[in-house]
Design a protein around this ligand. Structure first.
Ligand code: FAD
Ligand code: 2HG
Ligand code: ZN
Length: 455
């Protein structure tokens, strides 16, 4: 039966795009952090929505699970097999349509990388409006499927806010489409909005229409040091209130900076090493935002020796590296436990202070490093030390987050990493409503089994 099933998949996509050899499958079977992996029955790489439809029909018929995969940069284990599924790689659907200059819109294949779409948008005087460190590999389809956030949510919102239209394939082989999209479109249910954040459990996204944002050519980046998280959060809040030009508001700590300096060979921004750092980027399409940034900084009680500003592109990039390279250096240190959480801003500083204590209470040898998008109340808690399968520290962190009235997943999704926490966070009734949607869209449960919901 397996041989006949694989032969049927090969007949749909061609032998070159149906991978069964373990060495060819390997890179599709392990996630970016190396914490999650599983063997795939096969990896298939369709070249069209029509091929996706035929693959789904074959999998439903055989009762085989399907794991959709874009750039495989997801951090919650949702993009790799648990064991025995077909990995459906969307990377070949990478066409980028012409950017409509007047409307500031573009339709792209699900497999187009963020960096490629950013390049096309910029060439036409626009920006995607969503940016994240995995831009060279993360795909637009994967970003919609996870409702990716990133560093510009404070200004432009997350991926769902940029979504104007979509094409998706359902498990019954039908292709549903709303392209081209329109900014105002209240004709029935917002199915694109539903697919955003569905993590491959409802349908396969094959094309996306994006609403672009104006290109912001005038920029400045500033890193400020603080004595504690509470003062950094208060400053972030004040800067956001005063400056319409805020594009990013990020936080990191000296423990993370230490790893950056060691693994990425970068220099600290100041001679003195304060415990907490705030990075702010301001940007404008028409005026230089630097003067208003300085004026706003003047109203804060910040120590001038703990302020670094860059307006040229090289200097801005160097300051950004101090924040953006955290994910990479965590991986260089080990296999991290990643807890991507958010709390109401009023509890953010408390979370930063209490989370290492909560981790130490269950594992005194574990190292806790935090960083995140403070402008969105989103903190990335990375814990190094405990074995991958030991979830005691994960539980301790998520318990604290719920106590503080937060969310167990801010921007990365539930994946397989947090399935046990969905009901705790959202409640039985809400999860039942979600399961009703899942049952209607995927009655036999072949789409990403074990992701979002406990089996
Ligand atoms: P994958 O990892 O391949 O898949 C992610 C999920 O989407 C899986 O559940 C998969 O089954 C599903 N999926 C993928 N494609 C489709 C499709 N076409 N149709 C249906 N389902 C699909 N995330 C943020 O939100 N903000 C950040 O700032 C951020 N920074 C990152 C920095 C680094 C260095 C890394 C490694 C990751 C970062 N991430 C961030 C996480 C990751 O990049 C995002 O989750 C991204 O959206 C995943 O895109 P992908 O194409 O790699 O998807
Ligand atoms: C980031 O903001 C990403 O850098 C990755 O969302 C977070 O490494 C992480 O935990
Ligand atoms: Zn993030």
């Amino acid at each position: 039966m397996t041989e006949a099933f694989v032969a049927a998949l090969s007949a749909i996509v061609g032998d070159d795009h149906c991978l069964t050899d373990p060495s060819l499958r390997a890179s599709y079977e392990t996630d970016w952090t190396r914490r999650f992996r599983g063997d795939a029955l096969a990896v298939v790489r369709p070249g069209s929505a029509d091929e996706v439809a035929r693959i789904l029909l074959a999998c439903v018929d055989a009762g085989i699970g399907v794991v959709p995969q874009g750039g495989n940069t997801g951090l919650v284990g949702g993009s790799v097999p648990r064991g025995g599924e077909v990995v459906l790689s969307l990377l070949r659907l990478n066409e980028i349509g012409e950017v409509e200059r007047g409307a500031g819109e573009v339709t792209v294949g699900a497999g187009a990388t963020l960096a490629a779409v950013q390049g096309a948008a910029r060439g036409a005087g626009w920006e995607v409006g969503v940016d994240l460190g995995a831009r060279d590999s993360a795909t637009i389809g994967g970003m919609v499927a996870t409702n990716a956030g990133g560093v510009n949510v404070v200004r432009h919102g997350s991926m769902r806010s940029r979504l104007l239209g979509f094409e998706a394939v359902r498990v019954d082989g039908t292709i549903i489409q709303r392209l081209p999209g329109m900014p105002k479109d209240n004709t029935g249910y917002d199915l694109g909005g539903l697919l955003a954040g569905s993590e491959g459990t409802l349908a396969i996204i094959t094309r996306v229409r994006l609403r672009l944002v104006p290109r912001l050519r005038n920029r400045a980046v500033c890193v400020i040091g603080f004595a504690d998280a509470a003062s950094a959060v208060a400053a972030a809040s004040e800067l956001r209130r005063r400056l319409a030009s805020v594009l990013a508001l990020e936080l990191f700590t000296d423990a993370g900076l230490d790893l950056i300096m060691r693994h990425a060979s970068l220099a600290a921004p100041f001679v003195v090493r304060p415990p907490v750092y705030l990075l702010i980027e301001v940007a404008s399409s028409d005026v230089d935002p630097t003067d208003t940034l300085f004026a706003a900084l003047g109203t804060l009680a910040v120590d001038e020796s703990l302020v670094a500003v860059a307006t040229d592109s090289g200097g801005r990039h160097r300051l950004w590296e101090l924040r953006e390279r955290h994910t990479e250096v965590m991986n260089a240190e080990g296999v991290p436990h990643k807890l991507d959480v958010s709390v109401p801003l009023a509890r953010y500083a408390e979370l930063v202070e209490r989370v290492p204590v909560a981790v130490a209470a269950v594992d005194s040898d574990a190292r806790t490093i935090v960083y995140g998008h403070v402008g969105d109340g989103n903190l990335h808690v990375n814990v190094l030390g405990p074995a991958s399968e030991d979830e005691a520290v994960d539980d301790a962190v998520l318990e604290l987050v719920l106590e503080l009235g937060g969310s167990v997943s801010a921007e990365h999704g539930i994946g397989v990493a947090k399935v046990a926490w969905l009901v705790r966070d959202r409640g039985v009734e809400t999860v039942a409503a979600m399961r009703a949607i899942k049952a209607a869209w995927d009655p036999t449960g072949i789409l990403n089994p074990g992701v979002v919901f406990e089996r």
